[in-house]
Design a protein around this ligand. Structure first.
Ligand code: BES
Ligand code: MN
Ligand code: ZN
Length: 486
């Protein structure tokens, strides 16, 4: 774990700041932010010279360094002045943190760039996200430089604190996913849920192999047959308001390593299948943020978790499993395992709660990468109003989603000849929709439900100041928190 844990709010005198690096801004139209103007004066117009020489362009992601009053000064590109929004501010704040880390400066202060926005929250988010590094397995000190503290000059402190907590929850989720499969095991996910529930007095129930098998969770039990690593079915309940109020339920795929099972995957990039628990990391990340922010809502988190390996008792193509809702599933490919464990998660949610809605998060299909690349999360569901609210939140937080149709023609493709359903659709066709169509079978009648296929967005995205290279992203946590109005 490495990221700053608090962001302080300081006055707006950069000379009096004791930070080692001061970050100020320049727009694409060559205009300077107020503090950048002050600094420019103090250093004899060197920033203006850089602009006139067309070296400083004000583009998002660009940074230039100067020296004044014994400190380093970073001049950050803020993009087009009339296009400044929460996304560009988050990226600028992230760039400020990255600038300090790149210059090996332990403390930094950044000008509030939020004027014109309705909240300073993205500034708090960006500073923490930008400071995130995954260094746990580096043993050489020179490879472990960390930023200790960040201050913002002139922002609203409550909004900064909120942004900080949300980003810390995203970092928590990234850490769970970045640790390898021999560390982030189902047991570790259950322990993480325990830490969160202890923090805020939530209810936690963890069913082990024997328990969930006896309860009839044939999907999870089937997938878990191939591994000796103890599988878990994790249920986390947060009641922030009247217990009678219907909860919103979040279900996350917690597949801590996916070798494909007997339908084994090719060796290339198989290591990346440690990330196959990113859906559960999204759910736990949302709960981590709720533990800190204590919203007045009821939310239940459900994480079925196991590895998908090839042990002697592993389930096999052709096997028929019975899910928690009683439906039978013909397994035609053991690598389509995420939907099998989610079948039990969705059935459990539908049976034991009267959900206002259910959302599920899963690195479910390689096909979503073919369709949307690493750019957008694929979504599909049963309720247009809920889908539209998700699209709105997606825009609010800058995490792209794209809807696929769950038309009856697609839903027919997962009907089995000998069981109720089969776990794959038509060969090489609409694989992401087949996954969604399968999951739909396990959601109770009339419960609004939306599925998020995050296989393209949970890791592997183009790095930027808020998303380091080679790290899980913690995708959809900010989107869900916006949707839940946390
Ligand atoms: N976890 C994988 C999906 C995946 C693959 C995510 C590659 C990211 C990159 C999932 O369990 C899986 O293997 N899905 C199969 C389904 C198929 C057999 C119907 C797939 O996408 O190949
Ligand atoms: Mn798989
Ligand atoms: Zn998988």
């Amino acid at each position: 774990m490495s990221h700053i844990s608090t962001v302080t709010v300081a006055g707006s005198s950069w000379q009096e700041s004791d930070a080692g690096l001061i970050a100020v801004g320049v727009y694409k139209d060559q205009s300077l932010t107020p503090l950048a103007q002050e600094v420019d004066k103090a250093i004899g117009g060197l920033i203006t010279q850089g602009i006139n020489l067309k070296d400083i362009k004000g583009k998002i992601g660009q940074s230039h360094f100067f020296y004044a009053e014994g400190k380093m000064i970073a001049v950050l590109g803020l993009g087009q002045r009339d296009k400044v929004d929460s996304n560009s501010i988050r990226l600028a704040a992230g760039a400020a943190a990255r600038a300090a880390i790149s210059r090996k400066v332990r403390s930094m202060a950044v000008e509030c760039f939020c004027s014109g926005l309705d909240s300073c929250q993205p500034m708090g988010e960006g500073l923490v996200l930008g400071s995130y590094q995954f260094l746990d397995y580096k043993t050489k000190d020179e490879e472990k430089f960390e930023l200790d503290s960040a201050a913002v000059m002139g922002c609203d402190s409550d909004e900064i604190a909120k942004g900080t907590e949300i980003a810390k929850a995203v970092c928590f989720s990234r850490d769970l996913a970045n640790h390898p499969g021999n560390v982030t095991t189902p047991t570790r996910l259950a322990d993480a849920a325990r830490e969160i529930s202890d923090e805020a007095g939530m209810n936690l129930t963890v069913f082990d192999r024997k328990e969930f098998t006896e309860m009839g969770m044939g999907g999870l039990a089937g997938v878990a047959q191939g591994t000796d690593e103890p599988p878990k079915f994790i249920v986390l309940e947060y009641f922030g308001t009247d217990k009678e109020k219907q909860p919103k339920v979040l279900v996350g795929k917690g597949l801590t390593f996916d070798a494909g099972g007997i339908s084994i995957k090719p060796a290339s990039k198989m290591d990346e299948m440690k990330y196959d628990m990113c859906g559960s990391a999204t759910v736990l990340g949302v709960f981590k943020a709720m533990a800190a922010l204590k919203p007045k809502i009821n939310v239940v988190g459900i994480v079925p978790s196991t590895e998908n390996l090839v042990g002697a008792k592993a389930y096999k193509p052709g096997d028929i499993l019975t899910a928690y809702n009683g439906k039978t599933i013909e397994v035609l490919n053991t690598d389509a395992e995420g939907r099998l464990i989610l079948a039990d998660g969705l059935s459990y949610a539908s049976k034991h709660y009267e959900p206002e809605f259910i959302l599920d998060f899963a690195t479910l299909t390689g096909a979503v990468l073919v369709a949307l690349g690493h750019i957008a999360t694929g979504i599909m569901g049963t309720d247009d109003e809920l889908v539209n609210r998700i699209k709105k939140s997606s825009e609010n937080v800058g995490e792209k989603v794209w809807e696929f149709p769950l038309w009856p023609e697609f839903c027919k493709q997962i009907q089995s000849k000998i069981a109720d359903v089969k776990n794959i659709g038509a060969p090489r066709q609409a694989g992401t929709i087949a996954g969604g169509a399968f999951l739909k079978e396990f959601v109770g009648e009339n419960i609004p439900w939306v599925h998020f296929d995050i296989a393209g967005t949970a890791w592997g995205v183009k790095p930027d100041s808020c998303n380091p290279k080679g790290s899980a992203t913690g995708v959809a946590i900010r989107l869900v928190l916006d949707l839940l109005d946390v």
